[in-house]
Design a protein around this ligand. Structure first.
Ligand code: LLP
Length: 412
């Protein structure tokens, strides 16, 4: 949602670091972590924002990480996380992995959150005794888009709930060590169904009939992208999961750790994408505002029809509220019609009522700290842009802009 912005500071940052630019506010990340402290472990789904400086910040705050690829494992290691000697600071979640990836997981002693029985077999054959979680698909899911719903029969994720006995048999066959049960049923979850999810977890633990140390609530916590979206009540969220944990503890007869694995919730609202208006034009009845960021940077609107609040900031310090409002289509520089930030799911171009933007103005896309930089691409041969972390008054460049030489280096 639209938040108050420090116009003068954003202008200075745009001059210092150039546009387009990712900005993150460390204070917002710390506040979101604080709101989840009741959980025993907060495991950051780093796919949302995998910059190693953000990962270090998480580590300083006692947050642990999830990794879903060798690249994410490498980032976690660089940021100082380790799962050696019985620690579980990194967990590797996957439905499939290459032999090389499994070797890395074994070498680094990283518990695997297995989303298929084949993963258990392949890992078990390499490393009997390795620690595993079972990621279960409970047969239902939710998400802000069909593309982010990870439960139910259309989803490739997780071990189908009726296959739990088969998975346990493979664990026994290879002497794997079952740590816990995990469920992530989608991103942007509908809280009306939370009780159903918690109930499914309790039932799974009972069905499994095995001792476990922990359960994971997965991620999926939504954030207020629109003005009338509510901020999640984390105390209520924790309360429901804690009640499920207590049922599990009563069943097993010992304490059980409760993990949560959010990506978006921890970082989305900390982030802004700062761009510059480079052209405006009327196309029939549509007024286009063209900015220097595109779906190479922020793909969520093109991919899911996601909504991001937009602010226009004149660089001369003048008050944008004095400008007339204009129904505008905000689009980027890519040579592709779908490069539009104001669009609904299915690619329907929409207009947004914005202060009339002029060439040279800054245009801010809000709530882009999650699935922004981490989903960027080099399409149209555009170099990756810079990322800056704000800590109070300090602004730290945490990723410099990619150079053209770097862009071409692999083809040398
Ligand atoms: N755990 C697992 C196993 C996941 O697959 C995911 C997200 C998460 C945790 C974190 O979900 P979150 O708390 O961030 O909702 N690119 C999409 C989101 C895809 C999420 C994929 N998995 C977007 O921009 O909305």
């Amino acid at each position: 949602m639209q938040k108050p912005l420090d116009q003068a500071r954003l202008c200075r940052l745009s001059t210092e670091f150039g546009t387009p630019l990712w900005l993150y506010d460390a204070a917002v990340i710390r506040a979101r972590i604080a709101a989840l402290r009741a959980f025993d472990h907060i495991r950051f789904a780093q796919k949302a924002c995998s910059n190693t400086h953000i990962l270090r910040l998480m580590r300083e705050e006692g947050v642990v990480v999830d990794a879903v690829s060798p690249g994410e494992i490498a980032r976690a290691l660089v940021a100082g996380f380790s799962s050696k000697n019985g620690k579980s600071e990194i967990v590797f979640t996957a439905d499939l992995a290459t032999e090389e990836t499994l070797d890395l997981v074994v070498r680094e002693e990283i518990p695997m959150n297995a989303g298929s029985i084949d993963m258990l077999r392949q890992l078990g054959a390499k490393a009997p005794g390795h620690r595993v979680w079972l990621r279960i698909n409970p047969g239902f899911g939710h998400g802000h888009s069909n593309k982010t719903n990870t439960g139910g029969e259309h989803s490739k994720h997780g071990i189908w709930h009726t296959d739990l006995p088969a998975a346990l048999a493979v664990i026994a066959q290879y002497g794997l060590k079952l740590v816990g049960l995990h469920m992530h049923i989608g991103s942007g979850v509908d809280y009306g169904h939370l009780q159903q999810v918690c109930g499914a977890m309790v039932q799974l633990v009972k069905d499994a009939g095995q001792d476990i140390e922990a359960i994971s609530a997965g991620g999926g916590l939504s954030i207020p992208y629109r003005e009338d979206d509510a901020q999640i009540d984390t105390a209520h969220y924790f309360g429901l999961w804690d009640a499920a944990r207590k049922e599990v503890e009563a069943h097993l007869g010992h304490p059980v750790k409760l993990e949560i694995e959010p990506g978006r919730y921890l970082v989305a609202e900390s982030g802004l994408l700062l761009s510059e208006v480079r052209a405006t034009k009327d196309v029939g009845s549509n007024h286009f505002v063209l900015v220097d960021a595109g779906f190479t940077e922020l793909v969520r609107p093109s991919m899911y029809g996601s909504y991001h609040a937009i602010s226009v900031l004149p660089r001369d310090g003048s008050d944008v509220a004095k400008r007339p409002l204009r129904d505008s289509v905000v689009a980027g520089p890519l040579c592709e019609s779908g490069d539009v930030f104001t669009q609904a799911e299915g690619g329907v171009v929409e207009t947004r009522s914005l202060p009339a933007a002029e060439v040279g103005d800054l245009l801010v896309l809000h709530d882009t700290g999650a699935y922004g930089a981490s989903m960027s691409s080099n399409y149209n041969s555009r170099p990756l842009i810079a990322e800056v972390l704000l800590e109070g008054e300090a602004a730290k460049l945490i990723r410099r802009r990619q150079t053209m030489d770097e862009l071409l280096a692999l083809e040398a």
